[in-house]
Each structure stands twice: as structure tokens, then as C-alpha cells.
Write a protein that binds this ligand. Structure first.
Ligand code: COA
Length: 243
């Protein structure tokens, strides 16, 4: 299962960042989002100092601060080596999973983004929910426009009546659906919108043939209890190091 979860996560982030491989390491980098450890990180199998040095050189040459995801199955004494190269533990990423629910939603409030007007709304909600700096805007437009042409990813806007109140992306790899960009603008929070958006997405994923649904959340966001109440369990955790 972990390979499928990793494939989904890395596949989705490679829609936002350029992907490079070195040995069995995967490097995801987007210099526009240079200060963001999610859009700029190395993951996969990190099993020698040579790999770590390659990662440092690669990100340095692009003026991007690298993050490294230490997966629990890395046997190499990664922590000691990373500390030696000037990395420090920044956060922990929880990979969470639950079964999909192949029930047709009774009344759908999630609308798939199919044109540029709907995309503009999605971006507005996403940027507000995640407090995105304005200099990211153009790159987000470019990246999400490309997503509209793909069959494996759907962006959704959650509506309360005619008011757009949430953003979400569903990314399909095999029979797994990853939920990303789950956000509600601050003024709409704490009203059950996030929960109902996720419940609905789990059903949409099931209707589209997914057997399981996954997502990632940072320990510092303190959302594991929230996701647990929505039926997710932690499959594994990764330490995130930042240089
Ligand atoms: C996470 C997020 C989508 C939740 O959306 P929401 O519409 O507030 O969700 P809900 O109202 O269904 O539930 C929110 C939970 O947050 C807590 N909450 C309550 N009031 C809140 C408020 N004013 N602000 C934030 N969280 C609040 C509650 O504990 C609630 O959990 P519970 O009711 O299950 O105990 C939203 O806070 C958000 O967009 N955050 C920033 C982006 C982000 O971190 N996304 C998740 C990436 S993994």
C-alpha cells in the first residue's frame, strides 16, 4: 500500500513542481514557490551521502531551500547525516487513508471545475484558505490550467447555495484517490463545510472507482483528530527536514 500512497502523493506534487530523479530519490522543485517545503522537497529512497549531496547541489543551483522527507522505511541513518549537512527537523507529515464510499451523493455541492471562470473561483478560494502570497498567483494559474486538461485530476469548488466556500483537488492513480488543496477561507471555518466537503469527495471518489482515499497533513496543523473523525487513519509518518 505504501508504494501506492507514495505514487499518488509524488504524482500530485509533480503537477505543481518539476520532477527530477537521482538513483531512487525523487526531487520536486518549483523556484516560484521557493519558500515552500511542500512544493520543494526530496523524497523516495535516500540511502547515501552521495544522494544527499546531489539534493543539496540541485536545490542550491536553483536558489531554493530544500526540504527532505524521511520516510519510515529509509534504513540509512538519515537523521544523523541530515543534521550533519545542516538540516533540522521542521515538521512531520502524516499520510492518512480510508476506504472510499461508492454512494451517490444525495445533493451535490461539489462542482467540478471545467472552464476558466470556475477555475478563477477555485484559485480565489484556494489562495484565501492557504494564505497564498500574491507572487504565487501566476504560477498557480499556469499549473491549474494544465490540470483541467487531465483525466486523472479534478478540481472541485464546494458551494453553500451559490456561494463558493471550499476548494479541493482529487487526484486518481489506479484505484486510489488523493485529496489535496482542501481549504475553506477563514470566514467560513468551523461551520462543518470542510467536513461535508471531504465526506462528499470520498463518495465522488468511490463513484469514480476508487477503493481508497488518501491525504497528507502536517503535524503542526493539528488536523489528525479532525481527519480521524472523518474516518481516516494514519498509515505512516514522515519527518520533514529543512536546510
Ligand atoms: C482544515 C479546514 C479545511 C477545515 O475546514 P472547516 O470548514 O473549518 O471544517 P469543519 O467546520 O468541518 O471542522 C473544522 C474543525 O476545526 C475546528 N474548528 C472549529 N472552529 C474553527 C475555526 N473557526 N477555525 C478553524 N478550525 C475550527 C473544529 O475542531 C472542527 O473539528 P470538529 O468539529 O470535527 O471537532 C480549514 O480549517 C482550512 O482551510 N485550513 C487551512 C488549510 C489547511 O490546512 N487545509 C488542510 C490541508 S491537509
Amino acid at each position: 500500500m505504501k508504494e501506492l500512497l507514495e505514487e499518488n502523493e509524488n504524482g500530485f506534487f509533480s503537477l505543481w513542481s518539476d520532477k527530477e530523479t537521482y538513483r531512487r530519490a525523487i526531487l520536486l522543485c518549483n523556484p516560484v514557490f521557493h519558500d515552500d517545503p511542500l512544493f520543494n522537497h526530496a523524497t523516495g529512497t535516500l540511502d547515501s551521502e552521495d544522494v544527499i549531496e546531489f539534493i543539496i547541489r540541485y536545490f542550491d543551483s536553483r536558489n531554493v531551500r530544500p526540504a527532505i522527507y524521511a520516510n519510515p522505511w529509509n534504513l540509512f541513518p538519515l537523521r544523523e547525516v541530515l543534521l550533519g549537512y545542516g538540516f533540522r527537523l521542521w515538521d512531520e507529515l502524516f499520510v492518512e487513508v480510508r476506504g472510499a464510499d461508492p454512494q451517490s451523493p444525495t445533493q451535490s455541492t461539489l462542482r467540478p471545475v471545467e472552464d476558466t471562470d470556475a477555475l478563477r473561483t477555485w484559485i480565489e478560494i484556494y489562495e484565501s484558505a492557504f494564505k497564498i502570497p500574491s507572487y504565487w498567483h501566476r504560477e498557480i494559474e499556469v499549473r491549474t490550467k494544465t490540470m483541467l486538461r487531465r483525466d486523472d485530476v479534478t478540481l472541485f469548488v464546494k458551494y453553500a447555495g451559490e456561494i463558493p466556500v471550499g476548494s479541493l483537488a482529487a487526484y486518481f492513480t489506479g484505484d486510489l484517490c488523493g485529496l489535496y488543496c482542501i481549504g475553506t477561507p477563514p470566514k467560513y471555518r468551523g461551520k462543518g463545510i470542510g467536513s461535508s466537503m471531504i465526506n462528499e469527495a470520498v463518495r465522488v471518489a468511490g463513484m469514480r472507482g476508487a477503493r481508497a482515499v488518501c491525504l497528507q497533513t502536517l503535524a503542526s496543523d493539528k488536523l489528525t483528530g479532525f481527519y480521524e473523525r472523518l474516518g481516516f487513519r494514519v498509515a505512516y509518518k514522515k519527518q520533514v527536514y529543512l536546510r
